[in-house]
Design a protein around this ligand. Structure first.
Ligand SMILES: Cc1cc2nc3c(=O)[nH]c(=O)nc-3n(C[C@H](O)[C@H](O)[C@H](O)COP(=O)(O)OP(=O)(O)OC[C@H]3O[C@@H](n4cnc5c(N)ncnc54)[C@H](O)[C@@H]3O)c2cc1C
Length: 370
């Protein structure tokens, strides 16, 4: 329920009241939101981004090409997420992109040995990774371009304020931002944690990632080269400048929807740290030089049509809270932390399962309080 309430600096502000407020409409927030709504609670999600999905992000270029510049694909390492994926596959929401990784090291390119059962790498059916969060957001109430800057606990309820001075009141809160951002929000709100929780949350670490999107003009490329290229290349050496190169045009249901070839290049964490503040002109030649051999002949200054760079400050969690799918803040109205840092694999799977775990823990607390 949203009511126009106060006048702040002569600007009308609103107060929205629901059972649960979820900060962040990435995969963790969306999973939690759907589970809580299905359990009969009223749920409001807010996200500071222009759209939903967080790190499942797809960028469109003016020429029609699209690029997954965050997460590239997803896998299942647990029976719980295997079940989720099987259901999504049966509904046609996701499908397998490839099964064996192509590794590169120096000039050598090798194929990951086949596994039994095959290790499927899934992508959403639709135009890019962002199609999955869009699908999960369909029945939820979400306000985007809304950054929560302050939290208050009043009369055993939460009051969250956004940058514009609008309020979101709720009986319970789930926070799914990357942990350093969550800690900053709690600190700015003068919310103190137990000593143990402070040290647990401070131990979480993320690696940065420079993501370079490169559109190539196919007319400048020898067509007989293209079928020999893999859909993606993963570096064997973590110290290599490039960590991953993915061919977005191979993800499209209809390859003809791309008039260009669209590659995403992910720099390794070390390279990303070292070149974080450098501009595209400095970074581009270094990453082109680090390409696996088969791509070096294809991606050249002659074939490149357009490039864009995105900086992910918190890309993948390198130090996560294993075996802690959610964390409940003590001595406050119900507040759970969730996201990809809460679990074993620091991936989409972890974020999804953490969102579900936070919703289950919250429902349990609601039930035991009534
Ligand atoms: C470059 C890159 C490559 C990756 N590759 C893969 C891969 O191939 N496979 C895989 O499984 N995973 C991959 N990942 C990791 C995967 O994307 C994440 O694990 C997952 O998307 C995390 O989801 P989340 O919901 O926990 O967090 P997020 O997606 O980060 O969502 C958190 C949301 O909170 C919002 N937010 C933050 N603060 C506030 C605030 N104060 N107010 C309102 N909103 C706020 C943010 O805008 C964001 O949308 C990759 C990530 C990156 C960046």
């Amino acid at each position: 329920m949203t009511i126009n309430t106060t006048e702040l600096n002569n600007k009308a502000t609103t107060t929205t009241t629901t059972d649960v407020l979820i900060i962040g409409a990435g995969i963790a927030g969306l999973a939690a939101g759907n589970a809580l709504q299905q359990a009969g609670l009223s749920v409001q999600l807010v996200d500071k981004g222009r759209g939903v999905g967080g790190r499942l992000s797809t960028r469109r270029f003016a020429n029609g090409a699209w690029f997954d510049h965050g997460a590239q694909y997803f896998t299942a390492n647990t029976p719980a997420f295997e079940t989720v994926l099987r259901d999504w596959e049966a509904e046609g929401v996701v499908h397998s992109w490839f099964e064996q990784l192509t590794w590169f090291e120096g000039d050598t390119v090798t194929q990951e040995p086949p596994q039994n059962p095959p290790r499927k790498r899934y992508i959403p059916t639709g135009n890019g990774m962002n199609s999955l969060p869009k699908h999960l957001a369909k029945n939820l109430t979400i306000q985007t371009s809304t950054r929560i800057v302050r939290l208050n606990s009043i009369n055993n309820q939460w009051e969250a304020m956004d940058e514009q001075g609008n309020f979101f009141n709720a009986k319970a809160l789930i926070i799914t931002s990357p942990v350093p951002q969550t800690l900053e929000l709690l600190h700015n709100s003068h919310i103190s944690l137990t000593h143990q929780q402070t040290s647990q949350l401070n131990s979480v670490m993320y690696e940065p990632c420079l993501a370079l999107m490169v559109a190539l003009n196919p007319e400048t490329i020898a067509q007989d080269l293209l079928p020999s290229l893999a859909v993606g290349y993963k570096a064997r050496d973590p110290e290599h400048a490039l960590g991953w190169v993915g061919a977005n045009h191979t993800k499209a249901a209809e390859a003809s929807s791309f008039s260009t070839l669209a590659f995403t290049l992910h720099a390794s964490p070390n390279f990303s740290r070292s070149y974080w503040d450098e501009n595209l002109e400095t970074i581009l030649p270094l990453l082109l030089d680090a390409l696996p051999t088969p791509l070096k002949t294809v991606m050249t200054h002659q074939s490149i049509e357009t490039t864009q760079l995105h900086r992910w400050k918190y890309a993948l969690s390198s130090q996560s809270l294993e075996a802690m799918p959610t964390v409940c803040l003590q001595s406050l109205p119900p507040c759970f932390l969730a996201g990809d840092a809460f679990g074993d694999y620091a991936k989409i799977e972890t974020a999804y399962l953490s969102g579900i775990a936070s919703s289950q823990a919250l429902l349990q607390q609601f039930t035991s309080n009534t």
